[in-house]
Design a protein around this ligand. Structure first.
Ligand SMILES: [Ca+2]
Ligand SMILES: [Ca+2]
Length: 214
């Protein structure tokens, strides 16, 4: 299932992609193609939650989450990606600001698992990272119509290791940013033809909104 019906580069479904800003729904179409997501019991999930909640506060903060997440390298998990996920899943806004309780954690777990399955599926050569070609295939299958040149730009932007590839955390970041920008564009693309006419100030509003919501 695509994020958008492909049309002129991004399609005109007009709906924001599932999985972003929707209170923790996993991305549509992810994890559904092949094997089921890593199924864990409620008890196992609770054990995991308790291990991550190092200070036993009953909630996970961004520091605890960051040290629990791994992108398969020694590099720390992208703090922007951690922040992004905290924003998405801290829905009840209760307790300490920006913390994830067990209910929210279950949604977050599912989201990360879905992304892991997606990442593995498109990491064709099992290198543990996504190169331009793999990204291009992944984005095409999500319903985006983007040139290889653009995919290569995206890799350069999100390649924190300087190896010409993106790791798991940066892959999530890149895909979510692409979804957000696409949704922003779609708001102004009233004819759904892949073009928008926008005033200077509306453009600034759009960019600042996206930058601030990041
Ligand atoms: Ca805690
Ligand atoms: Ca790869």
């Amino acid at each position: 299932m695509a994020f958008y019906q492909p049309h002129a580069g991004y399609g005109g479904g007009g709906k924001p992609p599932a999985g972003y800003g929707g209170g923790g729904q996993p991305p549509a179409g992810y994890g559904g193609g092949g094997q089921p997501p890593n199924m864990v019991s409620q008890q196992q999930l609770w054990d995991i939650f308790q291990r991550i909640d190092r200070d036993r506060s009953g909630a996970i903060n961004s520091t605890e989450l960051q040290s629990a997440l791994s992108n398969g390298s020694w590099a720390p998990f992208n703090p922007d990606t951690v922040r992004l996920m905290m924003c998405m899943f801290d829905v009840n806004q209760m307790g300490e600001k920006g913390t994830i309780d067990f209910n929210e954690f279950q949604q977050l777990w599912r989201y990360i698992t879905d992304w892991q399955n997606t990442f593995r599926r498109y990491d064709r050569d099992n290198s543990g990272s996504i190169d331009t070609k793999e990204l291009s295939v992944a984005l095409a299958s999500f319903g985006y119509r983007l040139s290889e040149g653009f995919c290569s730009l995206l890799v350069r932007k999100f390649d924190r290791q300087g190896r010409g590839t993106v790791l798991f955390d940066d892959f999530i970041q890149a895909c979510v940013m692409l979804q957000t920008l696409t949704a922003g564009f779609a708001q102004y693309d009233t004819h759904r033809n892949g073009w928008m006419t926008i005033s200077y100030e509306a453009f600034l509003c759009m960019v600042f909104n996206i930058a601030i919501n990041k």
